[in-house]
Design a protein around this ligand. Sequence first.
Ligand code: 2RA
Length: 339
Amino acid sequence: KKLNIAVVGATGAVGTEILKILETRPYIQHIKLFATERSKGTRIRFQGKEHQVETINSQAFKGVDVALFAGGKASQEYATEALRQGAVVIDNSSTYRLHDDVPLVIPEVNPHALNNHKGLIANPNCSTIIMCMALKPIHNISPIKRIIVSTYQAVSGAGKEAIDELYEQINDSSNIQPKVFPHQIAYNLIPHIDVFQDNGFTKEEMKMVKETHKIFDDKNIAITATTVRVPVIRSHSESIYIETEEKIPLPLVRKVLADSPGVILMDEPDKNIYPMPLKASDHDEVFVGRLREDIYNPRGLNMWVVGDQLRKGAATNAVQILDELLKRNLLYSSHYLCG
Ligand code: 2RA
């Protein structure tokens, strides 16, 4: 059976990528595109047909098999309504990620979490996905006990307006009035992503802690994160230090990473080859390089990881969740089950 799909937030930075990836999938019968009032009426070509972007109405999800929410406020307002109308929901917002009955899934890492889904599946935060893709193959050899991560996050992680803001500031630096970011982002770094929490960390930093615990099903990993916005258009980079329970020889780390689906080992420093945002952009894989054993701790390992956060960090992962649901024959919503 082919599917009726809805994409909510179809005209935003993540929504646009979701459509690009869905375009390649053979299982779509019909697509409905939703966005806010501002984008109403926009025409988008998808699989050879023109579609008009609509705003969500009370019957929006009738007959929809799967609704992909690109993120933001729409999830809070409409995800449960989509479920009620019988759709399986794949949600890219942070709203439901930590709910006990909502699987938080990276298909290469914890696909089994889908088995008991109740209709709503959450897509993890972009920086979390990128980190977990690089770390899970290592965690499988010897459990990771400690993670210290600093991120270098592209402006597109904050949406389309954020990209415009960076270009505007570069084009005219005489009159800068930050709107999306709390400070000028051009020629600057901002060590502040999402809101500050009582413990001094930002919500983005705590997402990396809590979501990784849930995805790895291991609350004992001591994780500390510093998340930084950088004036890069696309692809997040992460400097990651880990400590494993046992020492893992570096050649073995290289081998498991090179063999991991969705990961590309890019680590030939003698040839100036290492991951960079410009190289990773528009790719679905996560790139890992600069692998080196810590000088002071034989169980310590440093690495540099880069991934396109709009692709594997958001859209690709969401569509892969749908692929995985189909593969496992798990495409039903709780509403459907209850009749
Ligand atoms: C960011 N992690 O880059 C966010 C997007 N979900 O701002």
